[in-house]
Design a protein around this ligand. Structure first.
Ligand code: HEM
Length: 135
């Protein structure tokens, strides 16, 4: 795709039939018409978000890298935001990155607790052993 076009959200909404199916994902416009029949998740779900912002639907499924590669091949342009257009749906992206960082800090915290707990247990064991040896 050498010529990257710009589409307003209004233009995208007109492409909402099986034969002419556009979808917005992360503020880019994809022409899914050729892929509808091949979609492993079925055509229904694609038709549901046809002409709309499918970012959340796409991200919620947790599509593979392969799916993202296919998506790149379907790219036809960028979204041109007009005043009054809804905000880009970056929800899924933002929440997944924040939740993964939450999970990350929780993981580190848990790791620290296990390490410190282990160290205390080891110390207590050594202490008891030395007490026993003294008797
Ligand atoms: C043009 C956009 C899309 C492309 C290129 C695409 C591509 C794919 C691919 C390649 C798979 C196979 C599994 C994987 O590799 O992740 C898949 C599975 C799936 N997709 Fe999509 N998808 C798109 C949009 C959507 C949307 C908007 C939905 C809405 C919910 C959706 C729902 C699903 C579901 C539910 C599966 C799982 C099917 C199963 O494992 O039984 N997909 N998709």
């Amino acid at each position: 795709m050498s010529d990257v076009k710009e589409f307003t959200l209004e233009e995208v909404t007109t492409h909402n039939t099986k034969k002419d199916l556009y979808m917005v994902i992360h503020d880019k416009v994809y022409d899914c018409s050729s892929f509808v029949d091949e979609h492993p998740g079925g055509e229904e779900v694609l038709l549901d978000v046809g002409g709309q912002d499918g970012t959340e639907a796409f991200e919620d499924v947790g599509h593979s890298d392969e799916a993202r590669e296919i998506l790149e091949g379907l790219l036809v342009g960028n979204v041109k935001r007009m005043p009054g257009d809804p905000e880009p749906k970056s929800h899924a992206k933002a929440s997944s990155s924040s939740s993964s960082s939450d999970a990350g800090s929780f993981g580190v915290g848990l790791y620290a607790v296990i390490l410190i707990g282990g160290a205390i247990a080891y110390g207590a064991y050594n202490y008891l052993q030395s007490q026993q040896n003294q008797q």
